[in-house]
Design a protein around this ligand. Sequence first.
Ligand code: SF4
Ligand code: SF4
Length: 178
Amino acid sequence: MVTTRSIFHYNAEALSDEREYAKIVSFIDLILHRDVPLYREIANKAQRLKDLIISLEGFIEANTSVVCPQCIRVCCINKHGYYELEDLIYLRTLRQPLPLHDFGLSETSPCQFLRKQGCSLERFIRPFRCNWYFCVPLIEHMQGSRGRDYRDFNSKLQEAIEVRRNLINDFKLASDII
Ligand code: SF4
Ligand code: SF4
């Protein structure tokens, strides 16, 4: 049986199973649709996280559009296209419909959301690991950007990580598990 305590044992691997995934999404919705204490704070943090991710899009795209087309080992494989529990809490707090996943695909095949032009998911709904994975050539290219742009990117990135952590802590608090 799913409990508020047990859901935090689910990792991305467990959530690549269709039944487990459906069970956890329903459970998160159930918690969020109760009159959850702290709901307003959780929702504000989810919105802030979304805004931060959207605000970083231009900088990230400006760099990936140069570096990624040259890549010979594209990092977008199915294994990375599944959500973590924290992603689901963030997205369901936003009342965001989730993309339809195919389950049971080869982990190492190209990600089901990958298209010729790149990822077909809007950036703010991509798994967190996708938004914050930067390979060495990409980081090096970013570091070559205007100093102010790179500093702004770094500071927003740090804020996003912190907001996400606080959002999850609030969710845990609200569901009485810590
Ligand atoms: S982020 Fe790095 S590893 Fe991934 S596709 Fe771009 S260049 Fe390749
Ligand atoms: S960025 Fe998009 S295409 Fe790449 S692994 Fe993540 S979900 Fe898949």
